[in-house]
Design a protein around this ligand. Structure first.
Ligand SMILES: [Zn+2]
Length: 136
C-alpha cells in the first residue's frame, strides 16, 4: 500500500497549498473591520472601522464609512426604542457582527451584512425575496 500512502500524501500537500492560497486571497479581499468604542463619533471616520458610541450595555449608535468605498458615512441606531434599530454583538474571538443587514436607500444603495468583522455583500434587489435574506 506504499503507492497509496504516497498518493494520499501528495494530494494532501496539494490541498494544503491550495487552501493556504485561498485563505490568503480571501484575507486580502475582505479585511476585518476594526472595532472602536467611542463617546462620540469623530469628525472623520477611518475606513474599515466600526465605531460604537456609548458604554455597554447602553450603546446607542454605530457608525462606519460605507464599505463600498463611496465615502459616505453610515450611521445606525442601536436603541431598541427607535426604528430601524440594529444590534452589535461582540464575539469571544473579539470579532463583531451587526444585525440585521445594512441596506442603503440613498447614494450607492449598498446592501451588506457585517458578520464576524467581515463585510458580506448581498446581491441585487431581486435576491431580496430569497429565503437566505428574508431571515435578516
Ligand atoms: Zn457606498
Amino acid at each position: 500500500m506504499k503507492w497509496f500512502v504516497s498518493i494520499a500524501e501528495s494530494v494532501r500537500r496539494r490541498v494544503d497549498r491550495l487552501r493556504r492560497r485561498l485563505t490568503a486571497r480571501v484575507r486580502r479581499a475582505a479585511p476585518r473591520l476594526r472595532y472602536e468604542r467611542v463617546d462620540e463619533f469623530p469628525d472623520r471616520l477611518k475606513p474599515v472601522t466600526l465605531y460604537v458610541a456609548g458604554e455597554e450595555p447602553h450603546v446607542w449608535a454605530a457608525a462606519m464609512l460605507c464599505p463600498c468605498g463611496c465615502g459616505d458615512v453610515i450611521e445606525l441606531n442601536l436603541l431598541e426604542q427607535a426604528s430601524p434599530c440594529w444590534s452589535v454583538r461582540q464575539h469571544r474571538d473579539s470579532t463583531v457582527s451587526l444585525t440585521p443587514s445594512v441596506w442603503r436607500t440613498k447614494g450607492c444603495r449598498s446592501h451588506f451584512i457585517l458578520r464576524n468583522s467581515r463585510i458580506e455583500w448581498c446581491r441585487s434587489r431581486d435576491d431580496y425575496s430569497s429565503r437566505r435574506l428574508r431571515r435578516h
